[in-house]
Design a protein around this ligand. Structure first.
Ligand code: PLP
Length: 424
């Protein structure tokens, strides 16, 4: 029984935890099993191979750790670095802030590059730090691929280019918690040394599994890394990988079967289609100049001005993300006018419309609300969310024309949604 029941389905649009598909829920609805029987190692072996595909790696070694994104961070850091090591880390929002806090508490020497919340990591500063560091004192670059608090996606290919340009050997550690399985992510091509995510984000599983992938260089670094690690020690996993039993401690049987089902769904849709779907839903959500322009072009090509009119009548609120190059395809943080408290929008959406939106966090608390559009989600679910947002905006006194954002988004989606790959 729910603690606070409501009729119909909850529209879950926080940027994680996200909706769990029915197929995954059914796959997890099972008894415990002996993880030392032949069945679980056999299942694990294939999972480890398949999980590499979501990182786009062939050379990486994955670890399925009973933890959350925060634990996955700790595993990445403590397995590859020693206390006192200099690392460069970018502060651009709440999750990069929390990772930096962890880095400092683990006693690394953190060189923080700060930007306004709403901006991406300042890679010009990175380039000058790397250029100056001819003695190679920087041991790692830590970057959050997608800052979930502000809806900002950083350009990882550029980080790799900078490191390669100066032939700098720093490890490249990436938080892909709100990006992997939703945004374009290429571990091998971008030379990422550790990539990580959490099960409750775009994989659309319950919380509880940290999925970490280490490059050969990162595995090599474990041999000299002096950080204390016990629960997160990759070597314990590697020992059991060699033995073919895979587990140093008890895995969640249900999550393993859930992961199997989640990967099957992703592969059935096709990872590239999944990424394209996230791009489409994100564009439909963004009611900004980009969408207006796009619809204008489309409207002209359809010899009708209707679409254009719908777009300009859309909400007229601002995206927290300051430049298009950083727009996130998994979460949109929406700035509200100063006379509105965005927390009230989130509260009312849940209380009145059974719609769960993301709160503004820390520096942007009360100023933004977030629409998470990641995971197992489709066009009509998104339109339901956008309709709810419009109603709640009106509730709190914002002069929105009901249906304006929905009309703009559905016009865009009607033009851009392909046939469902499995139904062609
Ligand atoms: N990194 C990012 C980008 C996140 O969005 C989050 C959580 O939302 C985390 C890390 C922390 O993950 P967890 O809450 O699973 O520990």
């Amino acid at each position: 029984m729910d603690y606070v029941n409501g009729p119909g389905r909850n529209h879950l649009f926080v940027p994680g935890p996200v909706n769990i598909p029915d197929q995954v829920i059914r796959a997890m609805s099972r008894n415990n099993e002996d993880y030392r029987s032949p069945a679980i190692p056999a299942l694990t072996k294939v999972l480890l191979e398949d999980v590499k595909k979501i990182f786009k790696t062939t050379s990486g070694t994955p670890f399925l750790i009973p933890t959350t994104g925060t634990g996955a961070w700790e595993s990445a850091l403590t397995n590859t670095l020693s206390p006192g090591d200099r690392i460069v880390s970018f502060l651009i929002g709440q999750f990069s802030l929390l990772w930096i806090d962890q880095q400092q508490r683990l006693k690394f020497n953190v060189d923080v590059v700060e930007s306004d919340w709403g901006q991406g990591a300042n890679l010009d500063v990175l380039a000058s730090k790397i250029a100056e560091d001819t003695a190679h004192t920087i041991k790692a670059i830590c970057i959050v691929h997608n800052e979930t608090a502000t809806g900002v996606t950083n350009n990882l290919a550029t980080v790799r280019k900078i490191l390669d340009h100066y032939q700098h050997p720093a490890l490249f550690l990436v938080d892909g918690v709100s990006s992997i399985c939703a945004l374009d992510f290429r571990m091998d091509e971008w030379g990422v040394d550790v990539a990580l995510t959490g099960s409750q984000k775009a994989l659309s599983l319950p919380t509880g599994m940290g999925i970490v992938c280490a490059s050969p260089k990162a595995l090599e670094a474990t041999k000299t890394a002096k950080s204390v690690r016990v629960f997160f020690d990759w070597n314990d996993y590697l020992k059991f990988y060699k033995l073919g039993t895979y587990w140093p401690y008890t895995p969640s049987i249900q999550l393993l079967y859930g992961l199997r089902a989640a990967l099957d769904l992703l592969f059935e849709e096709g990872l590239d289609n999944v990424i394209a779907r996230h791009g489409r839903l994100a564009k439909a959500t963004r009611y900004n100049i980009f969408l207006t322009l796009l619809l204008f072009i489309q409207a002209c090509s359809y010899e009708s001005c209707d679409l254009f009119l719908l777009a300009v009548e859309a909400w007229g609120l601002k995206n927290c993300t300051q430049k298009e190059e950083w727009f996130s395809d998994t979460v949109t943080a929406v700035i509200v006018p100063s006379y509105i408290d965005s927390s009230e929008i989130v509260r009312r959406a849940w209380k009145r419309y059974n719609l769960s939106l993301g709160l503004g966090l820390n520096k942007v608390a009360g100023k933004v609300f977030r629409i998470g559009h990641l995971g197992n989600l489709n066009e009509l679910q998104l339109l339901g969310c956008l309709a709810g947002v419009e109603m709640v905006l009106k509730d709190v006194g914002y002069p929105v024309k009901l249906g304006s954002g929905v009309a703009a988004a559905s016009a865009f989606l009607q033009n851009s949604t392909p046939l469902i790959p499995s139904r062609i």
